[in-house]
Each structure stands twice: as structure tokens, then as C-alpha cells.
Ligand binder design. Sequence first.
Ligand SMILES: Nc1ncnc2c1ncn2[C@@H]1O[C@H](COP(=O)(O)OP(=O)(O)OP(=O)(O)O)[C@@H](O)[C@H]1O
Length: 231
Amino acid sequence: MLDVNGLTLRYGQSQVLHGVDLVARPGQVTALMGVNGVGKTSLMKAIAGRHPFTEGRIKLDGRDLGHPNAVTAARAGIAYVPQGREVFPLLSVAENLETGFACLPRGGRDVPDRIFELFPVLAKMRHRRGGDLSGGQQQQLAIARALIARPRVLLLDEPTEGIQPSIIKDIGRVIEVLRDEGEIAIVLVEQYFDFALGLADRVTVLQGGQVSFRTEDVAADRDKLAEAMAL
Ligand SMILES: Nc1ncnc2c1ncn2[C@@H]1O[C@H](COP(=O)(O)OP(=O)(O)OP(=O)(O)O)[C@@H](O)[C@H]1O
């Protein structure tokens, strides 16, 4: 279980997170929602060790991760699929996937067949350059690459952004499969309300860098969520 407690984060003089709590359990999708600029990506970056936080704690299965950097967070089992995907445009699909090995011991460096079962399109495009893929295919590649390290927590930052509906459905199905396997805690940052609520077991809403609403009964609280999201 990922347990984030009282997280505070600044960019220089500007404080953007004010004591944020977030819990994500294996076998569940935790949606992190809120309008633009409320601090969702900043929270993901802090958990993934991509930006330092000033106060608070991040625990994984009861173990305090301290102040992780990108490598120690990845080694602890936290995988991050950033907004914008960060696919290497000049590397092939296979080479992009191989970059996911970086934090693994030498023995475990194979691309499991399972990755291509989840994302058949990547098998077909194995030798294409990352930069030649569509936005949706790049998103699938970024998620696949994150799964290579067999993470315990998968942080997905706006995976539907700028992607065509048929691929959004494919990505939703993969998230469901991963959730139903029960091994990974998925945190989904999402502004696409119906997509997020269709998948979420629990929702945390941020407003101005603070938690403004949270629920574990998404269906019953749909109206309250829409209100909290100012829809
Ligand atoms: N590198 C940075 N330096 C300074 N300020 C930043 C930086 N990154 C983000 N911010 C500011 O921090 C606040 C939170 O940004 P963040 O990207 O975390 O929000 P968000 O909820 O993910 O927004 P969006 O939905 O637009 O991605 C915003 O006011 C943003 O302008």
C-alpha cells in the first residue's frame, strides 16, 4: 500500500502542496482529480522522486521511503508514466522498452511476453522509432515501459490527454486488467471525468494544493465529485 502523509512541496518561494494525504491500495485504482494547476502532477513527481518535497512522508507497505530520488523510488517499486509520455523519439519501440530495465538487477532484464499481450500494437511496431508512433501508441509504450520493472505502484499522469477514443478504451481495459490482477496500486491523475470515475475505486480531489474531497464510494458520491471538480 502507498501511504502519503502531509506532503508539502514548493517551487522556490511558491508553495504548491499543503500537507496532502493520499492512499493507494493494490488491486485498486485511486483517481487523483482536480482542475488545472491544483498540484496533481507535483504530487506525482514527489512520489516518483522527480521533485523534492519539504515535509511529509511517503510509505510503501509500511516502509518509509525517506526523500526518494527517481532511482530509489523506481527501485522501491514506484513506476511513473509522466504527462507527455517522455518516449525517446529516436529509439525503437523495443529499445524504449529496454530503458525500463535501468533500475532492475542484471538477471531480470527481459521484456515479458505479457507486455505484448497487454499491448499487441507494440509487438507489431517493435522496430519502429518511438517518434513515429501516434500519441496513443506512445502512451501505450510509456505504460508498457513502466510495467517492465514490475512495479508495486503505477502512477499514470493524464494518460488520456490528446488521445483518440478507441485508444482511450484500450488503455482503460489495460488499467482494468492490472487492477483486477490485484498486485499493483494504480494512481490515475485524470481530468476526463467519466473515464476516471469508470475506473476508480477511490477518488481524491485536490484544490489549491490541498485535499478538498475524498471518497471510497465513487458511485454514491458522483454528484459531490462533480461539485468538488467544479463541473
Ligand atoms: N517547475 C515549476 N516551477 C514553478 N512552478 C511550477 C512548476 N511546475 C508547476 N508549477 C506550478 O505549480 C502549480 C501546480 O502545478 P501542477 O502541474 O502540479 O498542477 P496540475 O494539477 O498537475 O495541473 P495540470 O492539470 O495543468 O497538469 C501550478 O501553479 C504550476 O504553475
